[in-house]
Design a protein around this ligand. Structure first.
Ligand SMILES: Cc1cc2nc3c(=O)[nH]c(=O)nc-3n(C[C@H](O)[C@H](O)[C@H](O)COP(=O)(O)OP(=O)(O)OC[C@H]3O[C@@H](n4cnc5c(N)ncnc54)[C@H](O)[C@@H]3O)c2cc1C
Length: 456
């Protein structure tokens, strides 16, 4: 029997961010359980060339900055904030866990699966060993929004028996293929194309299967800098206030330098909006053989079968699976229920900040009903309407928690919060951006709700 006040299920960034905030503000004891032996969640199985797509400062736990909070001084992203590699994220998560365990109030139960109601089963060969947390411990679900990644999920299309489809993590093994087929429209696929081109693959040798066109956020405007980040928010608010349709909203965001698309001749319908740098965009545009024939149904040695047609493949072609769903979209649930505390983003799109905020609110308040009122969850976007919904719900959540002076003060200091304002910060551009948001606020939030199809 494990004697702990909380059982956190999942040692990914969400579980660590919650635990870190909770133990920073209480004397609570916590057991963290994970199927994996090591902390770090999906980063443990990530492809070798993965990096955070956002600045490192926005990721991880509140008490320990990931990286040095530096700007890149060389390379194509000079001037933008550093972004950790997968190996750096894993090493950071290990350090965070060690630091938590060293408090004497956190225990790690690695290699065990939570099977429900506080019961955990060991996953090694012996299999049968189990342990449970003491009755009354609060269960924290830190895997509700665990991403689906190609290394651990099969391709969402049929693969003929005589054919091999490689997950993105094996990309380096097939760079010499006669034709390199990259399947997917999201961040993983764009990373794969950028990596292959960087490794010297001729763009004419790549076929990119892109069933949907993605909108992506220009990385330069999503930076840990109050004037830059608030300037981006002001552009979103002004664009939303004037947009008569979702198509017009995203066109305005593109004109305002917020959103990017790969092919200007095609209107994207996908809006998961990972960040992308302009140097990456220039590379992506070099690939001209784009298969837009609906979803890929089946891969055979001789060709690809789509919803709307077939594409032949030459002998020696390699197909690379970058088509996992990534961030899931279950319907949001209240964070605090009698069964569990379910970690979710609160302000739009920053899962680590959301988990840390939930940890802080759990530490400083006792009434679950009041806590839920302060932290209405947001879900991730996939379509443009869902992006509008995420954005307006996120704004409502910020307004809800910001009404409490202590939470407002805490959030203002936390580097995970993209709207953080360092002590003594002053900037004319920041003041102007806030004035622009205030002017557009009523019209923007009303219009976003209309475009999302939710109550104003
Ligand atoms: C390639 C990639 C890049 C990303 N880049 C960024 C970024 O730059 N910025 C950003 O904010 N977000 C980014 N994200 C998203 C982000 O990493 C995650 O959404 C979130 O922050 C961390 O995930 P998590 O902790 O919720 O889930 P995970 O990392 O998946 O961790 C969940 C853990 O729960 C464990 N688990 C599940 N079920 C059980 C069970 N029953 N018993 C025991 N253990 C269990 C799993 O083994 C897993 O280790 C990225 C995601 C991907 C895929």
């Amino acid at each position: 029997m494990l004697d702990a006040d909380y059982l956190v299920v999942g040692a990914g960034a969400s579980g660590l961010a919650f635990t870190d905030a909770l133990v920073s503000y209480t004397d609570a004891t916590v057991a963290i359980v994970d199927r994996r032996g090591d902390p770090g969640g999906h980063w443990c199985d990530a492809y070798p060339f993965v990096r955070l797509h956002q600045a490192s400062a926005f990721y991880g736990v509140a008490s320990m900055l990931l990286g040095g909070g530096r700007r890149q001084s060389a390379g194509p992203e000079a001037g933008l904030h550093e972004r950790a590699s997968g190996a750096e994220v894993r090493a950071y998560c290990s350090t965070v866990l060690d630091t938590l365990v060293a408090t004497g109030r956190v225990a790690y139960v690695g290699g065990y699966e939570h099977v429900g109601a506080g019961m955990m089963r060991r996953l090694d060969d012996a299999g049968a060993a189990s342990v449970r947390v003491r009755p009354g411990a609060r269960i924290v679900d830190a895997r509700f929004l665990s991403p689906t990644i190609p290394a651990t999920s099969p391709p969402p299309f049929e693969v003929a028996a005589d054919t091999t489809v490689l997950p993105v993590g094996r990309l380096d093994a097939c760079l010499d293929a006669s034709r390199l087929v990259i399947v997917g429209s999201g961040k993983t696929a764009t990373d794969a194309v950028v990596h292959a081109l960087g490794a010297g693959v001729d763009p004419g040798r790549i076929t990119w299967v892109r069933p949907r066109e993605p909108w992506m956020l220009d990385r330069a405007v999503a930076q840990p800098d109050p004037a830059v980040f608030t300037g981006m928010a002001a552009a979103v608010w002004e664009s939303a206030a004037r947009a008569r349709s979702l198509e017009e909203l995203f066109a305005r965001l593109e004109d305002a330098g917020v959103m990017l698309r790969i092919d200007r001749a095609v209107t994207p319908t996908m809006a998961k909006t990972p960040t992308l740098a302009r140097w990456e965009l220039a590379l992506l545009r070099e690939v001209e053989d784009v298969a837009r024939l609906g979803h890929l149904r089946r891969v055979e040695r001789r060709g690809l079968s789509f919803e709307d047609g077939d594409v032949p493949l030459p002998p020696g072609a390699a197909v690379v699976h970058c088509a996992a769903d990534g961030l899931p979209r279950p319907a949001p649930v209240p964070v605090w229920t009698t069964d569990a505390i379910t970690l979710q983003p609160i302000r739009a799109g920053f899962p680590c900040f959301g988990a840390a905020l939930i940890g802080y609110v759990e530490a400083t308040r006792s009434d679950d009903h009041a806590k839920n009122a302060l932290c209405p969850p947001t879900s991730y976007g996939d379509t443009r309407a869902q992006w509008a919904e995420m954005t307006v719900r996120g704004a409502r959540s910020v307004a809800a928690y910001s009404r409490e002076p202590d939470i407002r003060a805490w959030a203002r200091e936390v580097h995970l919060n993209p709207a953080r304002v360092p002590q003594g910060y002053a900037s004319r551009a920041w003041d102007e951006a806030r004035e622009r948001i205030a002017r557009a606020d009523a019209a923007a939030t009303r219009r976003l709700a209309e475009l999302a199809g939710i109550a104003p």
